[in-house]
Design a protein around this ligand. Structure first.
Ligand SMILES: [Zn+2]
Length: 301
């Protein structure tokens, strides 16, 4: 299906003379320049990474896994001969933080927040690697060529050590898991502290960027390659609030709590991906949060 869509898009783009995404050897992979020297990369549509090219090296954001990281290296080599200097991880989850070894073998140093690194040391995945640079606190700036890579730890929200990266000189950011355009919340909303997630979305709106690569993006495949914007950050926050308000409205109507997940409706989001099968899971999770208090929570974050 994805292949068909991409082939059709490529054919349509060629037919009207538009720039078409670069198709790598794996023809489900796509790369697109979204700002000067800044590229979005996907190995097959489910995970989006980003790389930034400077005169003194390349910074790659989110290795995902070894196959994805290898594909991103191929994509980097189609646009520059520069060495990959840094590979930056956003958070601890295996499905994002794997594949660092591929970048280390290519000569890059991998970078991760201490909270994520400690979790991965205690819970190594089959494809995870020990990071070369572990940082802590709320902010670390890394200089590379003419740019500054700002690493922002916004506090607890999803997973551990979740970092949002901003490159102010190019007006871009990289955001994992906290913002997913055109899709309801992820399944049972695992490992999200919803209250802190909402706060963090507000913090992201205050960061200095115009366009970001969101690790998951459910806009049409071609559009998703252009990344996400602060509009999508606002929409994510609005969805959380609208779902909670809809649950409270069911309380007001006297709907039994056990019936609320399958009763609640948000027709204004019916066009979003996974609305039909995940809205009830999202509602169940928010309901539990209202019932039990925010979780997960750990001291000292
Ligand atoms: Zn995650």
């Amino acid at each position: 299906m994805i292949k068909t869509v991409q082939s059709a898009l490529a054919a349509a783009a060629l037919a009207v003379g538009l720039a078409t995404p670069t198709l790598a050897a794996d023809d489900t992979a796509m790369t697109r320049e979204i700002a000067p020297g800044v590229y979005s990369y996907t190995s097959g549509g489910h995970y989006h990474s980003m790389f930034v090219v400077t005169d003194e090296g390349v910074a790659a954001f989110e290795t995902v896994n070894s196959k994805h990281a290898s594909g991103m290296l191929d994509a980097i080599r189609t646009v520059t001969d520069q060495q990959v200097t840094y590979a930056l991880h956003t958070h601890n989850h295996w499905d994002h933080a794997s594949g660092g070894g591929v970048m280390q073998e290519a000569g890059a140093e991998t970078v991760m927040h201490r909270f994520a690194a400690e979790w991965l040391a205690a819970n190594p995945g089959r494809d995870t690697a020990t990071p070369d640079i572990v940082w802590e606190g709320a902010r670390r700036d890394i200089a590379l060529g003419d740019v500054t890579i700002e690493a922002h730890y916004l506090g607890l929200n999803h997973g551990l050590g979740m970092t949002v990266f901003v490159i102010p000189e190019r007006r871009v950011a990289y955001i994992a898991d906290l913002v997913t355009p055109n899709r309801v919340m992820f399944s049972i909303v695992p490992d999200f502290n919803i209250k802190e997630w909402e706060r963090s979305l507000g913090d992201i709106l205050d960061l200095d960027f115009d366009v970001a690569v969101c690790s998951h993006n459910h806009l049409p495949a071609d559009e998703a390659m252009n990344g996400c914007t602060k509009t999508h950050v606002s929409e994510e926050r609005a969805f959380i609030r609208d779902l909670r308000n809809a649950i409270f409205a069911e309380f007001e109507k006297g709907t039994p709590p056990s019936d609320i997940p399958t009763t609640v409706a948000l027709p204004q989001y019916a066009h979003w991906d996974r609305y039909d099968d995940w809205l009830s899971l999202n509602a169940q999770r928010v309901l539990l949060d209202i019932w039990m208090g925010p979780y997960p929570w750990v001291p000292g974050q």
